[in-house]
Design a protein around this ligand. Structure first.
Ligand code: MTE
Length: 316
């Protein structure tokens, strides 16, 4: 595996603590670091796991890391919940770059190191509610998507943001063979104001470590008030566009998965209720405890205003 945990890196490669702390100080102050850019990619990534705690966090107890990293949806690696953890080690996540194009003043292919060297990383503990009826609480390490978007200077005509996952059949078994569960690349989209909302982050880690491949390494979206499928993994392209972009799940079943996909206990999926959820780790099968699902996954105070006047039954 090319990405190593900080604990796996020999001390000869580790930045001296004083420099590291100084860097953290600078990062917290929000400065771009030319010194960081000069580091080798692995060193830069390890150093970038210096983060602050975000006040946007929920105070709920996080799901066990073992559950959050072994019960996944990442169809590029198979459709079973256990497939991503079993198969995603084949994904090469370094080098990595993200093409940012469309209606922006500074379109370019940005390396991950460049993106991270401008990022102020925070730990944010968020609820994640999957459309299938289960939920988790995950301590992400990430930064506001808005910071990256501002850097590339969206033009006035940009109204939506489209996201794309990597297509690499050699490393992604779900993209090979006769049965392909979805068309590739996996696509997602947000309205520009949703993308710029301070709750929307790009995550590069979880549980204080580099993101495991099965959770979307090296860079994934997290939009906590929307069903989990909006949180697209292993992003290679971000495009600012004028028209609402196509999304993978909408293209599969428009009547089941809308563009908005805001968590809403009052609007059922056509085949099941969305009123309650099972928190992973709280029992299973018939004995699973179910808790009521909250409007906007509990983030209504922060995001409800984005949808003022919008019929949420029609715009599911
Ligand atoms: N991104 C890609 N590229 N492919 C996927 O299959 N699954 C989505 C989302 N992002 C998916 C994806 C779904 S359905 C969910 S619930 C979340 O990832 C799960 O994220 P997690 O496995 O980190 O909990």
């Amino acid at each position: 595996m090319l990405i190593r945990k900080a604990s796996d890196i020999p001390s000869s490669e580790i930045t001296p603590r004083a420099i590291y702390l100084k860097r953290r100080e600078l990062l917290q102050g929000g400065l771009a670091l030319s010194a960081l850019a000069a580091l080798r990619p692995q060193q830069a990534r390890a150093a970038m796991l210096a983060f602050t705690k975000s006040p946007f966090s929920t105070d709920e107890t996080p799901t066990r890391k073992a559950d959050a990293t072994s019960y996944n949806n990442f169809y590029e690696f198979g459709t079973d919940k256990a497939d991503p953890a079993a198969n995603a080690h084949t994904l090469t996540t370094a080098p990595w770059s993200v093409k940012i194009d469309g209606l922006v003043g500074k379109p370019a292919t940005y390396t991950l190191e460049d993106i991270l060297s401008h990022a102020k990383l925070e730990e944010r503990i968020y609820r994640l509610r999957c459309v299938e009826g289960w939920s988790m609480v995950i301590p992400w390490v990430g930064f506001p998507l808005a910071d990256l978007l501002k850097r590339v200077e969206p033009q006035g005509s940009a109204k939506y943001v489209a996201f794309e996952t990597l297509v690499r059949p050699d490393e992604m078994p779900g993209q090979r063979g006769i049965f392909q569960p979805l068309p590739w690349p996996y696509l997602e989209g947000l309205r520009l104001d949703e993308a710029m909302h301070p709750l929307t982050i790009l995550a590069t880690g979880m549980y204080g470590e580099t993101l495991p491949n099965q959770n979307g390494a090296p860079l994934r979206l997290v939009v906590p008030w929307k069903y989990g499928f909006k949180s697209i993994k292993s992003i290679v392209r971000i495009s600012l566009v004028e028209k609402q972009p196509p999304t993978t799940w909408q293209s599969q079943a428009d009547n089941e998965y809308g563009f908005y996909s805001n968590v809403n206990p009052e609007v059922d999926h056509p085949r099941w209720s969305q009123a309650t959820e099972r928190r992973i780790g709280e029992g299973s099968g018939l004995f699973a405890k179910r808790r009521p699902t909250q409007m906007f996954n509990g983030y209504g105070e922060q995001v409800a205003h984005l949808y003022a006047g919008l019929d949420l039954r029609a715009n599911y």
